[in-house]
Design a binder for this molecule. Structure first.
Ligand SMILES: [Zn+2]
Length: 324
């Protein structure tokens, strides 16, 4: 190409770039011209004008979102709402026998199969298991993901969980609560003009404060489907994950079937515990009789950062709760 060709080509691509980054020909910055494109891993982003809710759930490892919000995810996705589950780490030390790339691939494959059952989009970030830190880089990463999903609801761990990756996922989520709306933080992804509701998923930890069940959801209708999704995570719930051992490998088909049934029963007990712990709230949300009868539940605590929903908005964001 001749020199003039390079030059004019440069002007044209400069203009294209300027338009892509929201500068009109008059040189004014126009945030509305920015388009959500794709996440760094090439996953699609959510269109924001279909009238549906956007829910993004952050878990530290490839299984945490599914355990804590798998039932609610099914209930949302069954109604056409958009649920994305994000594992902040790739889970590559989460097994007693295997580790590194092969384990990360295996666990990604497990949660992708779970996503098909739950009706979610699932993304596993390529950060080493056990090494998640609440850095500026990770804050920006999470900020972009929340914006790209145009989330109405963001869910993550509480920052007083036992596992450092869980804790830092919770801290990162809190750090993003305000920043998602700040235009010049990560200006490459349009800032949010609505403030999402940030929720903590259930845990049993007591210090400094026990979990407060602000929103409790019956998952009775979808419990078996949630268990089917969890059953894809054989590396964790059959083989025992990081602290398992050879004794966990079923010797034959009969043992294997028993191991799966034990797994399912363990998660049923956990969901029943959540229902009992949140009984008062279940009765408030579902009414005396129905609330009393709920067997299995998932529970969420409203983070004091971000939008504070009133009773009517909670029912709008959780449209599977009885509507007034
Ligand atoms: Zn975890």
């Amino acid at each position: 190409m001749k020199r003039w060709g390079w030059f004019s080509g440069g002007i044209v691509s400069g203009l294209v770039l300027a338009m892509a980054f929201g500068f009109s020909q008059s040189g004014h910055f126009d945030p509305a011209a920015l388009k959500r494109t794709a996440t760094f891993s090439g996953q699609p982003v959510r269109s924001d004008d279909d009238g549906k809710l956007g829910i993004i759930v952050f878990g530290a490892h490839p299984d945490d979102c599914e355990i804590r919000a798998g039932g609610a995810s099914i209930l949302w996705s069954d109604r056409g709402h958009h649920v994305k589950l994000v594992s902040m780490t790739n889970g590559d030390i989460g097994h007693w026998q295997m580790a590194g790339g092969p384990l990360a691939l295996r666990r990604n494959e497990e949660v992708q199969r779970a996503a098909e059952i739950l009706g979610t989009t699932t993304e596993v970030l390529d950060i080493h298991d056990g090494e998640l830190e609440p850095t500026l880089e990770n804050r920006k990463l999470m900020t972009r993901l929340i914006r790209q999903w145009n989330a109405d609801v963001v869910i993550g761990h509480r920052p007083n969980d036992y596992h450092p990756d869980h804790r830092y996922t919770g801290i990162l989520m809190q750090d993003c609560a305000y920043m998602v709306g700040v235009p010049f933080l990560c200006p490459d992804v349009p800032h949010m003009t609505k403030t999402p509701v940030f929720l903590f998923s259930f845990d049993n930890f007591q210090t400094p404060t026990p979990f407060r069940p602000d929103i409790v959801v019956s998952i009775d209708d979808v419990m078996e489907q949630k268990l089917d999704a969890l059953a894809t995570m054989e590396s964790q719930f059959i083989e025992g994950g990081a602290t398992g051992g050879p004794h966990r490998i079923p010797a034959n088909e009969e043992e294997r079937a028993k191991a799966f049934e034990r797994m399912r029963e363990g998660f049923r007990r956990r969901a029943a515990h959540v229902a009992n712990l949140g009984r008062e709230k279940l009765i408030e949300l579902y009414g005396q009789e129905a609330g009393q009868q709920v067997k299995y539940a998932e529970a969420f605590e409203i983070c004091e950062y971000g939008r504070q929903p009133d009773a009517a908005e909670i029912r709008r964001l959780f449209p599977f709760l009885p509507q007034p």
